[in-house]
Ligand binder design. Sequence first.
Ligand SMILES: Cc1ncc(COP(=O)(O)O)c(C=O)c1O
Length: 393
Amino acid sequence: MAKPDGPAEPRWHRTVVSVDRDAIGHNVRQLSPPGVPVMAMVKGDAYGHGAIEAAATAVAAGARWLGVALVQEGLRLRQAGFAVPIFVSTELPAGSEVDAVRADLRISVHTDDGLLRLADAARALDRPVGAHLAVDTGLARAGVAGHDAVGFAGRLARAGLRLDGVWTHLAKSEDIDSFTARQLDRFDEVLAGLHAGGHRPVLRHAANTAAVLAWPRSHLDLVRPGIGLFGAILNAGLSGADALRPALTWRSRVVQTSRLRAGQGVSYGLTYRVAGPATVATVAVGFADGYPRQLSNRGEVLIRGRRYPVAGVIAMDQLTVDVGDDPVAPGDEVVLIGRQGEQSITVAEVADWAGTIPDEVFCGISARVPRDYVGSPPPAEVFKTHQLGVSRS
Ligand SMILES: Cc1ncc(COP(=O)(O)O)c(C=O)c1O
């Protein structure tokens, strides 16, 4: 398959991300509760892994839905030929409704303005249109308040729209505490209220990765894992988290070695000084590639199967590593995330050093780093040409 997600020629790039499709497929299966379909969340270019390839792999592994945050992300998947339902989790920006409906995207609504704009598009296209009602059960980010859900569903019906789904998003499902239970209780109350009011959504969904693992009562009719598809999770202690397989390896190369005398400084500002005579290796990756500058004097990389500290400030295109007296040479492979020999560096470690979460590290890997795909290619059928109206749910 063509590689639509990065520069076309990974072979001569010195810094390359390699994505293991088999790991994504394995993770889809790990995150599939028995009898509950999976919506593979591939927003943010599949958390930096490449939306088209990751989506194809997830669908080949059994994901029945794809989920994105933005309408343009959904349109891109549809244009790539995916026939499965594609959910867009944020409300459509004004002006995008007709395109979204034409592409048969599954649309979320929670404001009256969004509802009316969607109803206008349905009328303009003279076509029945469904929506998924977003309910805020405690994240306080987007969604109708629980007490307004029945009223909103009524307005939706009066505007001529179908209620296809009702969904919520959890604030801290990675923690085993009472807040998630309270959110799920509120969601149950909303669903009961809708039911009593004569509104029967076909699909109820709430579970992100951590909830798939830790909160079986959140599984409902559809689960929406994202980060776990790529083998990471916020709380690695959750039962089942250790069965997830990292899908991404980020490699670069040593491009120069320099022998420094004791006390000599390295990189901008000379913030790192070698303790004794030492070799400093220059690596062809920097913050323009998305390697976080916060890792200056904090991060570690693997060379020849050993960990070495990032020495000095990370620059836009290069960083420097103190390799002491070891025989490191230009051309040596450097692993920034992933396994090399017996050693590995996880995205969680990198995120910790940078004071952030794995999701941000993945999403930060910039477009100038080509993504290379290994493992079994998905069969061509995952790209069945989409015919509008074929898949309704
Ligand atoms: C609406 C929605 N559902 C599901 C997910 C997936 O969450 P996670 O990456 O924690 O699995 C996200 C991501 O934040 C989301 O915004």
